[in-house]
Design a binder for this molecule. Structure first.
Ligand SMILES: [Zn+2]
Length: 88
């Protein structure tokens, strides 16, 4: 993720990002940032999950494996949808 103030790369799992609450401080410049999700990527992710569900019968995967794959997929979507915004 990129800090909206200084452009520094902030790790999703860095100490600062694991702190409780939605308003956090950038470890690089110290200004307030808010964690949010990109609605576009979430929308695309849900669309992709729908497509995955559509092909479920053709994949012939055991139900458990399909659930695991879908879980990993949604985790990836959320990871990429993670955005930092300026907290006013
Ligand atoms: Zn910063």
């Amino acid at each position: 993720m990129q800090c909206p103030h200084c452009g520094a790369e902030v790790g999703v799992f860095s100490r600062e990002m694991r702190r409780w609450g939605r308003i956090k401080a950038c470890p690089s410049c110290g200004l307030a940032v808010r964690v949010g999700f990109s609605p576009l990527i979430i929308g695309l992710g849900i669309l992709g999950a729908g497509v995955l569900g559509w092909f479920k019968a053709d994949l012939a995967l055991p139900h458990l494996w399909f659930s695991v794959a879908l879980g990993l997929y949604m985790g990836g979507v959320i990871y990429f949808a993670y955005r930092l915004r300026k907290a006013e």
